[in-house]
Design a protein around this ligand. Structure first.
Ligand code: PGA
Length: 251
């Protein structure tokens, strides 16, 4: 179902105590003043169980940042979708550009991760987006089309209805350079049309498409006002409760 979402991707940041403090401040502030969107926090794996305990007492939802493409077995260091499900994780980011770049993740591998998550009723937040050189050579639409085709569009319409898409131009991630409101809307509309082509209009209208890449308390409102931008996946600005809550209150 299409909804407005603000999700915080904490990446590999925060000590355990800092993470607990951040979650508890966000939870109590949200209790006082509830944002008009779904709020998801994605802390490092080690803090997920603590986070889901907090989430039980609040309206916050919890996402993991990664999952294994295997169901179980001899995969040292990996965490399965079943393990995430056992501690009540609601969402999981997959295909983030940092995982594509530093861990060699391909669309095929990411598609396997999506399937493992859906088997466990965990909603994937599927990241796509072009590199700076791809934007400069005007191949950004082709790149995103390919990522979605290989990574997602092999799902049935029923399976796909549980996926959230995050468009994150790689040149905007952690750089302070945000896509303009026009660039974001243009790509989001393109993505929604691709979904309509792969499935149908109804499925496309029901798809949640988030923007990510230097989204902050100052630019969130303008980005979220676009008709095809349903919210944001927030990195740096999700590490401070005040900034993150301002973004969530942009709706
Ligand atoms: P950023 O990161 O907000 O720090 O640019 C976004 C992301 O990587 O999801």
């Amino acid at each position: 179902m299409r909804k407005n979402i603000v999700a915080g991707n904490w990446k590999m940041n925060k000590t355990f105590d800092e993470a607990e403090e951040l979650i508890s401040v966000i939870a109590s502030e949200m209790e006082r003043n509830k944002p008009k969107c779904e709020v998801i926090l994605c802390p490092p794996s080690l803090y997920l169980e603590m986070a889901t305990d907090y989430a039980d007492e609040s309206t916050i939802l919890i996402g993991a940042q990664n999952v294994s493409n295997h169901e179980n077995g001899a995969y040292t260091g990996e965490i399965s979708a079943g393990m995430l499900s056992a501690i009540d994780v609601d969402y999981c980011i997959v295909g983030h550009s940092e995982r594509r770049k530093y861990f060699g993740e391909t669309d095929t591998l990411i598609a396997e991760k999506v399937s493992r998550l859906l088997d466990q009723d965990i909603r994937p937040i599927y990241c796509c987006g072009e590199l700076l050189e791809e934007r400069e050579s005007e191949t950004h639409f082709d790149v995103v089309r390919q990522q979605l085709k290989e990574g997602l569009f092999k799902l049935t319409a029923d399976e796909f209805s549980n996926v959230v898409i995050a468009y994150e131009p790689v040149w905007a991630i952690g750089t302070g350079v945000t896509a303009s409101s026009t660039q974001a809307q243009e790509m989001h509309e393109f993505i929604r049309n691709l979904v309509a082509d792969a499935y149908n209009n109804e499925v496309a209208e029901e798809t949640t498409i988030l923007y990510g890449g230097s989204c902050n308390a100052k630019n969130a409102k303008e980005l979220f006002e676009n008709k095809d931008v349903d919210g944001g996946l927030i990195g740096g600005a999700s590490l401070k409760a005040d900034d993150f809550l301002k973004i969530a209150h942009s709706f």
